[in-house]
Design a protein around this ligand. Structure first.
Ligand code: 6PG
Length: 483
């Protein structure tokens, strides 16, 4: 139904699939929705196909669109992240009045959001960068939403976002994350965790397929079973679907027909870059980004295959298949736990750096539904932060520590098996090294400090007394205190 005279509670600019699904979600939940797209064909198509789902107010100019919104006006931008977003923000800010709210629902880089928030605030309007997760299906039926921006915008915006968000046990999967770029920052890390989660699932598949010699359909069954236990999650669920799928043309397992070069739009890469900048070891996320890059290095990969890089002594699997499957499940759980733990570390560091005061319990709550990394064990993460809001690391929570007791031996066995089989398992292996590094009483960092002092007089600290020291390496090797 459309009514040109009715004022809309919310507007959506950009009606590609995500934008039109979000608009339909608003309309289906009783909101009157203003819709606008640069090329009006998309607006017509939306109204034509779905106009009966609720109240839509279509416009062909941005001015009409703005005029069709009730005050304070609230407009969500769902256009391609980057320059297009800046252009639409500028048009909206021009046409809107003081106190109106512009929301960017794309996957914007959080530093862009900080800049945009400043610019829009200087023009008297509010700007909210909101991470929206759940893909096309989530946008239509209930995404997880991570809005940043000023707290007062949340007061106006909260109820309307709650009306369309996913809902778990009566709690909507949306809450105010923090000022300016906090929402997009948290969404970025969500995506980084998503990359790591997908990669560890991929590594588990690779081991079962080429280590245990299982067929995709059989592995699909294994994932289906895993989805009823600790690993219960959306990504495990869809993995079973993808593995069970046959290619409609050839009848072969679809996974064998898909080119093994993983794409990326950039959010995982941003998470890794930010982790490097903040000095947070998000090894699982970074390895996952590199694993995608390596998979897409097709020229290098074929040269390596043609050049027959030596494999060394490959050892076939010599354990019972059922035991190996269970070991892989536990290794996957462990590596996934590390990825989440590191992701939460990055959020804590980002929150401190930018003064956002992000509450990890909020994220564990709203990520339980709607989003791509939704998983049963987020309830456990929530409980962990409920018990101790200042946990030094998620894996140090007593529950997860208990889980790791059960996971550590299988995890080690799987990394050894992957090495002996000559199969890559970058996140399984590097996460184990991360874990062992955290546990290690002494790290080779002492030696690195010695080397740095040797070639660059970079000084070092001593274990037995305070101060900063240097050895006269090229002289008499005496010790001097520099600080
Ligand atoms: C989500 C997804 C979504 C998108 C990713 C995919 O939370 O709904 O994360 O934002 O699917 O950006 O990213 P890549 O193309 O980089 O894999």
């Amino acid at each position: 139904m459309t009514d040109k005279n009715e004022l809309a509670q919310i507007g959506v600019v950009g009606l590609a699939v995500m934008g039109s699904n979000l608009a339909r979600n608003f309309a289906r939940n009783g909101n009157t929705v203003a819709v606008y797209n640069r090329s009006p064909e998309k607006t017509h198509a939306l109204i034509e196909a779905h106009g009966e789902e609720g109240n839509f107010v279509p416009s062909e100019t941005i001015e009409d669109f703005v005029a069709s919104l009730e005050r304070p006006r609230k407009a969500i931008i769902m256009v391609k992240a980057g320059k297009a977003t800046d252009a639409v923000i500028d048009q909206l800010a021009e046409a809107m009045d003081d106190g109106d709210i512009i929301i960017d629902g794309g996957n914007a880089l959080f530093t862009d959001t900080i800049r945009r928030e400043k610019d829009v605030a200087a023009r008297g309007k509010h700007f909210v960068g909101a991470g929206i997760s759940g893909g096309e299906e989530g946008a239509l039926n209930g995404p997880a939403i991570m809005p940043g921006g000023p707290k007062e915008s949340w007061e106006t915006l909260g109820p309307i976002l709650e009306s369309i968000a996913a809902n778990v046990d009566g709690t909507p999967c949306v809450t105010h994350i923090g000022a300016d770029g906090a929402g997009h920052f948290v969404k970025m890390v969500h995506n980084g965790i998503e990359y790591a989660d997908m990669q560890v699932i991929g590594e588990a598949y690779q081991l079962l397929r080429y280590g245990a010699g299982m067929e995709p359909a059989e592995i699909a069954e294994v994932f289906r079973e895993w989805n009823s236990g600790d690993l219960d999650s959306y990504l495990i669920e869809i993995t079973a679907e993808v593995l069970a799928q046959k290619d409609p043309e050839t009848g072969a397992p679809l996974v064998d027909i898909i080119v093994d070069a993983a794409g990326q739009k950039g959010t995982g890469r941003w998470t890794a870059i930010n982790g490097l900048e903040l000095g947070v070891p998000i090894t699982g996320i970074a390895e996952s980004v590199f694993a995608r890059a390596l998979s897409s290095s097709t020229a290098q990969r074929s040269a390596a295959q043609e050049g027959q890089l030596p494999a060394g002594a490959i050892k076939a699997l010599d354990v019972d298949k059922a035991e190996f499957i269970e070991d892989v499940r536990r290794a996957l759980y462990a590596a996934k736990l590390i990825a989440y733990s590191q992701g939460f570390d990055e959020i804590k560091a980002g929150s401190e750096e930018f003064g956002w005061d992000v509450d990890p319990r909020d994220l564990a709550t709203i990520w339980r539904g709607g989003c791509i990394i939704r998983a049963k064990f987020l309830d456990r993460i929530r409980a962990a932060y409920d018990n101790n809001a200042d946990l030094p690391a998620l894996i140090l929570d007593p529950y997860f520590k208990g889980e790791l007791e059960d996971l550590i031996d299988p995890w080690r066995r799987v990394v050894v098996a992957a090495t002996q089989l000559g199969l890559p398992a970058p996140v399984f292996a590097s996460s184990l090294s991360y874990y062992d590094s955290l546990r290690a009483e002494r790290l080779p960092a002492a030696l690195i400090q010695g080397q740095r002092d040797f070639f660059g007089a970079h000084t070092f600290k001593r274990t037995d007394k305070p101060g900063t020291f240097h050895i006269e390496w090229s002289g008499d090797r005496s010790l001097t205190q520099t600080d």
